[in-house]
Ligand binder design. Structure first.
Ligand code: GDP
Length: 141
């Protein structure tokens, strides 16, 4: 049986939703052997987006980041696979979409360093924190 240690938190960001890429990104999630354990479409408030990215509060791009993340609906997901945190970050590619290789989600569906189509937790500890920020225990399947 899988444990929470094999889960990561992912977002299909507003740019990718706007561009009609929810299906394309979910296809890659399936193709790479992740199980979806929770998923919902949501339009974040500034409070929710600001709280999620609180670690970046002092960064010069924080305002732009909150503007972007509240610019339209996104899809939040719990993904499960062995080494899910690293496997999902590998599939997304590096933060800056203009430097992300083709074949990665950010390389294929992102357009800039900010508008990069997807989010993934950067550690198992943060995955647990981020999953519980967006999902109640009853929402996991
Ligand atoms: P990640 O872990 O790869 O998502 O990267 P970070 O934790 O460094 O940054 C969080 C998010 O902030 C990124 O995914 C981008 O959407 C955004 N971001 C990072 N750097 C910049 C920047 O220089 N400008 C803008 N506008 N957004 C940025």
């Amino acid at each position: 049986m899988s444990t929470a240690g094999n889960r990561t938190f992912a977002i299909i960001k507003p740019d990718a939703v706007r561009a009609g890429n929810i299906g394309n990104i979910i296809q890659r999630i399936n193709d790479h052997g992740f199980k979806i354990r929770a998923m919902k479409l949501m339009h974040m408030t500034r409070e929710v987006a600001g709280g999620f990215y609180a670690v970046h509060r002092e960064r010069p791009f924080f305002g732009e980041l909150v503007d972007f993340m509240t610019s339209g609906p996104c899809v939040v997901l719990a993904l499960e696979k062995d080494n899910a945190v690293q496997a999902w970050r590998d599939l997304m590619g590096p933060t800056d979409s203009t430097k992300a290789p083709k074949g990665t989600i950010r390389g294929d569906f992102g357009t800039s360093v900010g508008e990069n189509a997807s989010h993934g937790s950067d550690s198992e500890e943060n995955a647990k924190i981020e999953l519980s920020y967006f999902f109640n225990a009853t929402e996991f399947c």
